[in-house]
Design a protein around this ligand. Sequence first.
Ligand code: FEO
Length: 392
Amino acid sequence: MKINDRVTWVGINDSQLKKFHGDAYPTPNGTSYNAYLIQAEKTILIDTVFTSFADEFIENLRKKTPLEQIDYIVIQHGEIDHTGALIKLLEHIPDTPIYCSEECIYTLRGHFKKHLNCIPVRTGDKLKISDQQDLIFIETKMLHWPDSMMTFLTGDNILFSSDLYSQHIPINLPINIENQIDEAGKLYSNIFTPFSKLYLAKYQQIETYNWDFGLIAPGHGYIWYNPGLILQKYKDWSSYYSENQITILYDTMWGGTEILAKNISEGIKSHDSNIIVKTLKITDYHESDLIYEIFKSKAILIGSPTVNNGYLSTVATLINAIKGMRFRHKYATAFGCYGWSGEAVLQLKEELSFSGFNYFEHDLTSLWQPDEHKIFEAITLGKFIANKIKED
Ligand code: FEO
């Protein structure tokens, strides 16, 4: 797919990929592994594709250029979905210089156990590709790996952004901008949330260069032909993002905690019908989808009955995922039924506070199934939280 006279997309669409990062991230539509070929006075390949597509990738690449004419390879990030085909490609062009970050040299050595002809680059380093054009490298450490970097092509004003601004969508599907933004948001929430401060600082640094981005070419998904749209979204998402949403996440053993969840939800809705309320049984959703809902929320409530002096293992899995996300400026509280002891809510309070949430002074427990008094308390809790959100 031609992007302009000099730049061609030479990636792979993988519509069969249903899970990414092991089981961590469902990709129901699949994804694309984006690689780009620049044909100026020099010929440059930016990134490769996932290992299992190496033969197809090399065959397609050959149709665009004799492999021997590739002067340089740029590797922006060492993860296998971008470097898997590299070693097979190098069998054809063994000593081609590979421009990458210092940390990426370490990553490539770790993955492939081979000495490669790597040339380390730092932020601001330039690689001349013609009399008129340079590639300028920008390290993006921890966005999302220590080795990550981006590459700016002057003249054409294209930012090759690696995982930043990506979406897990094969790009042979018709473009739907809402879907593109939603997939970009899901990826941001699950991959970049812990590094939001780093992103903001990096973007401020890039702004000082006064580059006029013509388009952004990410590592996965569609190219952004209107870069301002995704740059504004990333600015919002990295700045303690929330929508007017409260999310209730719960699991239940005999339905009591579920009754509390539904009545808290009714309480919120009765107080303010403009608030989006999502009441989600944890076991009905993939953890990554729940993280995305939490990312969009001003407040969350987590419900679990007490079992074996603690909360349910299904809830523990979600709590474990939340801990690493470093959410900030969000409220939380907990609720749940119990029979004999009732530690779950107290433990959830500790975990949520430890994870960076502002814990409400109100939570809710119910000895046995909720009676009419507990149902009233659940509705009252919902109203209290809706009011608190409105005040903020
Ligand atoms: Fe698309 Fe971090 O790999």
